[in-house]
Design a protein around this ligand. Sequence first.
Ligand SMILES: Nc1ncnc2c1ncn2[C@@H]1O[C@H](COP(=O)(O)OP(=O)(O)O[C@H]2O[C@H](CO)[C@@H](O)[C@H](O)[C@H]2O)[C@@H](O)[C@H]1O
Length: 473
Amino acid sequence: MEILHVSAECYPVAKVGGLADVVGALPKYQFQAGHIAKVVMPAYNTRFFHTHEFELVHQGGCWLGHNWYHFNVWREVTNLLGFDLYMVDIPGLLDTERVYGYYNDTERFMAFQVAVLDWLNEWQHQPDVVHVHDHHTGLIPFLMTHAYKYERLRNIATVLTIHNAQYQGQFGWDRLYQLPGFDLWNAGLLGWDGAINPLAAAIKCAWRFTTVSPSYLEELYNGANGLENLLNYERGKAVGILNGIDTVVWDPATDPMLPVDYDKDTFIEGKRDIKLQLCEQFNLDPELPLISFIGRLVGEKGADLLPDIIGRSIYEQKQQVNFLLLGSGDPHVEWSLQQTRIYTEANFNVQFGYDEALSHRIYAGSDFLLMPSRVEPCGLNQMYALRYGTVPIVRSVGGLKDTVTDFGEPNGFGIRFIHAAAWDACLAVSRAVALYKDTEKLHVICKTIMQLDHSWDSAAAEYLQLYSSIVTH
Ligand SMILES: Nc1ncnc2c1ncn2[C@@H]1O[C@H](COP(=O)(O)OP(=O)(O)O[C@H]2O[C@H](CO)[C@@H](O)[C@H](O)[C@H]2O)[C@@H](O)[C@H]1O
């Protein structure tokens, strides 16, 4: 089978969050299973694009309303990532330093999608499936079925994966003229709640859609940032498939970003050494339990609760616990964390910004990883933590509920709490501190969690089963 993944992010080329991890791993597993898996993404002005060898496979141009853009499609020639990587370069639109956050993001991703389809329209053959990810690529299933110039693509199966339904990419109907021509009787398929909504359009037009965990799918029917009714209406097309993790990139036994490697038999020394270095770097006492948080500092991740959780826990535990944070996001949260640090300096440190290498050292060197998420479609951090022998403390929601059991239950191994509230998270922290003191029990848990299988094997098979159910030839 031939699958073309279309995405705004792909690790290690350009990563903002978990979307990149998934698109950098799933195609690799599909390729290893004997299929042709391709990824096409924007050619941002990244180091990767400038330091690897690419060949030009297509040149074209597209109108976006009154503006004409040239584009080039490049292919990475060495199959470095374990699948075919294509990058669409649109000077003036996509050659940006960052992935998102520009005033013209709507045009940038609209042009990207049109360029991908123009290119696909020129292929001699056709892929079996076009698999789009999140709202940045959500117009594709609509355009493939309704735009006049893509009539040839009409019978290719399309799948949408929703990594996060909070973001939908809405824009006004006044921009309708920027899209390639289609029969206006079908314009309603683009809309939701008074605007063009690319995520809603993809839910309506893709042949199937998936969410990144079964629990998240169930939750979306009741809370999906305005799309609940649509999702309920289209539920016949929905499947929840739990993400896996790339066990080659995320392996403490071979991770080049760690100063010391370790496995299930050497984790006590390995984790201790990395924790020592981390604590030295961040001025924390290595004898105390180290609880970390990595991620975007936004409400969805419960980041606004962190100052309270940290301040109260340090007080309640009589300064016998440490916290370390890596992330960036909401300026109010960053400010509040800085304020918290003023009175908890000996027990808490934070690094604002994005640092891939540091994130690996934190997963490895921490005793616990805290995830007080309000919404968590899947969550990869808890699976990385498990693989690195770090006990996850999670709010029982979405994918966290599907991947972490509580050590208070038979065969449980993590710490779960129910409410997205500081008091409940603080109770979970107190359980973590107590577990830390029971070294023997903690070590048994660490060894167990390092051996759990969260590789992509089973999820990749589920996706292939889904494709087979819709590919007609
Ligand atoms: N400051 C920082 N420095 C270094 N690394 C950082 C970092 N902040 C985040 N990361 C890394 O980014 C990734 C974040 O993964 P998440 O699962 O939390 O993704 P996110 O919420 O972006 O994506 C959405 O898509 C994914 C994939 O489907 C879902 O798991 C998730 O629930 C959903 O919200 C992890 O690899 C993490 O280590």
